[in-house]
Design a protein around this ligand. Structure first.
Ligand code: NAD
Length: 498
């Protein structure tokens, strides 16, 4: 019998008022149920939001360095439990153990970095235009924040949101993806163990349509921080806009790696393999286009295909696996339908393009690493996010054309350029329309102390991670202190005095 899990509301593990449940399934073996989770509804969300609202005032008044102490404890616990949580994450979402360990490590790094903010959370002081007047800006918490997360980084993404939200003094309701709820549960359990006061962190499981929508529409939720697809992000932005709710959206990508004719080709192949097939291509920053200069197209393509053929597909828990399953059946079908579209559009299928059902893999949702050549920006497979192990090689004649092609999608999350030319390097940094540009490394590999997010349809202008994330989770207050003992009028007296 699979274990039954609960919501975490007001410091207690509680069952859902709906009584309904859903199964958290192992995508490497669909007969294995990782756990049974509550399929919560509006009533559960309401209880969680009320708990967060009641806990908010005390938490916001807790000095930030004291808030940080709890986060430091959580960081230590996460470190201690890293391997166990990684196994749970692999079991529920499929990526290989090395990668889920990396996922937990990102949570650890974020906790450590954000706890440090407890003794910073800097504002500015600045001179006044008037005499005997002092000016500064300070950060204020936003209030109750709703966090809606995807399944592909089940520890890192909730951590990217929870730790900065807490250090800024907000209280939290987290709604994890129903494809990976167990990892979030571990994270919340750690925060509880670390001594988080009751009601400050609440966890409600369930679907986007029910639990997610209820959180989004709750009048006491002041901010929604969402990571997921552009399609859902647009709906969330619309609802938040109508209610003037703060809203940060981290959405999809159609990321590309440029390979110039002066590149180290072996290095570029290493990068392309990791970028395209790491996490089975299911990263918002995954490489889904390879823009290759015609001068090295043949060499690059041959080496890339030869190496891709050696990728070992299987259960992510096995040390012999290079690439795990995709997350679920509907994603598997979506990937395959894009392969069919690519073929119809005239892209040349070099390898893959089918469900992988060898041996044990027939039990899960596996797809072959798939490489298309002869790509063109007019193709749908060059424009739309596929979110699977499918990559399109697009030949170009020049650096200028490469930049034009990389910028030819509606997304602008991550990008990469392989070149040894310093002039091209800086031109690429300045001309690529993306929130992240890597030089001589793949489109994946963000570090937690740099801003993360995208331009165009990859988001709505916010950045997570880095110190920039604090701007999502805090309000700015400008403070003016007049010690002149008389009424001073800005702009008016200023003009008279000078
Ligand atoms: P998704 O958009 O389907 O779901 C994300 C979350 O939103 C889930 O928790 C889901 O339950 C919830 N949700 C769905 N519909 C909702 C609604 N109507 N109201 C409220 N909540 C709702 O995305 P996914 O399949 O879980 O994740 C894959 C997507 O996430 C990809 O597009 C990927 O590029 C993107 N992603 C982006 C980033 C980033 O930082 N930019 C990181 C990881 C993943």
């Amino acid at each position: 019998m699979a274990e039954m899990f609960k919501n975490f509301i007001n410091g207690e593990w509680v069952t859902s008022k709906t009584g309904a449940t859903f199964n958290d399934i192992n995508p490497a073996d669909k007969s294995e149920i990782v756990g049974v989770f509550p399929k919560s509804g509006a009533e559960d969300i309401n209880m969680a939001v009320e708990a967060a609202a009641s806990a908010f005032d005390k938490w916001r008044k807790t000095p930030a360095p004291a808030r940080a102490e709890i986060i430091y404890k959580a960081e230590k616990l996460l470190r201690k439990k890293k391997d166990d949580i990684a196994k749970i994450a692999t079991a529920e979402m499929g990526k290989i153990l090395d990668e889920t360990k990396g996922d937990v490590q990102e949570g650890i790094d974020t906790a450590f970095y954000m706890a440090g903010e407890g003794r910073r959370l800097f504002g500015d002081t600045t001179p006044s235009e008037l005499k005997n007047k002092f000016c500064m800006s300070i950060r204020m918490p936003v209030g109750v924040v709703g966090l809606i997360c995807p399944w592909n980084f089940p520890v890192a993404i909730p951590s990217w949101k929870i730790f900065p939200a807490l250090i800024c003094g907000n209280s939290v309701v987290l709604k994890p993806a129903s494809d990976a709820p167990a990892s979030s549960m571990e994270l919340v359990q750690i925060l509880q163990e670390a001594g988080m006061p009751k009601g400050v962190v609440n966890l409600v499981h369930g679907s986007g349509e029910e639990a997610g929508m209820a959180l989004l529409n709750h009048p006491k939720v002041n901010l929604i921080s969402f990571t997921g697809s552009a399609e859902v992000g647009k709906r969330i932005g619309e609802i938040c806009g109508k209610n003037l709710k703060r809203c940060s959206l981290e959405l999809g990508g159609k990321n590309a790696q440029i390979v110039m004719d002066d590149a180290n080709i072996d290095l570029a192949v290493d990068g392309a393999l990791w970028g395209a097939f790491g996490t089975t291509g299911q990263r918002c920053t995954a490489t889904s286009r390879l823009i290759v200069h015609k001068g090295v197209l043949k060499e690059f393509t041959e080496k890339f295909v030869e190496r891709a053929k050696k990728i070992r597909i299987g259960n992510g828990l096995s040390p012999d696996t290079d690439m795990g399953p995709v997350i679920n059946e509907s994603q598997l079908k979506k990937i395959h339908s894009y392969v069919e579209i690519g073929k119809k559009e005239g892209a040349k299928l070099l390898m893959g393009g089918y469900f992988y059902e060898e041996g044990e893999c027939k039990k899960g949702f596996f797809y072959m690493p798939t490489i298309f050549a002869d790509g063109h920006p007019s193709m749908r497979i060059a424009q739309e996010e596929i979110f699977g192990p499918v990559v399109l090689i697009m030949p170009v004649n020049s650096f200028e054309e490469a930049i034009e092609v990389i910028n030819s999608t509606n997304y602008g999350l991550s990008s990469s350029v392989y070149t040894k030319d310093i002039n091209r390097t800086f031109k690429a940094i300045s001309d690529i329309q993306a929130g992240i540009t890597y030089i001589n490394s793949p489109t994946i590999g963000a570090e937690t102390h740099l801003p993360f997010g995208g331009m165009k349809n990859s988001g709505n202008g916010h950045r997570e991670a880095g110190k920039e994330v604090l701007n999502i989770f805090s309000e700015w207050k400008a403070v003016y202190i007049d010690y002149s003992k008389r009424l001073q009028k800005a702009q008016i007296d200023t003009a008279k005095e000078h």
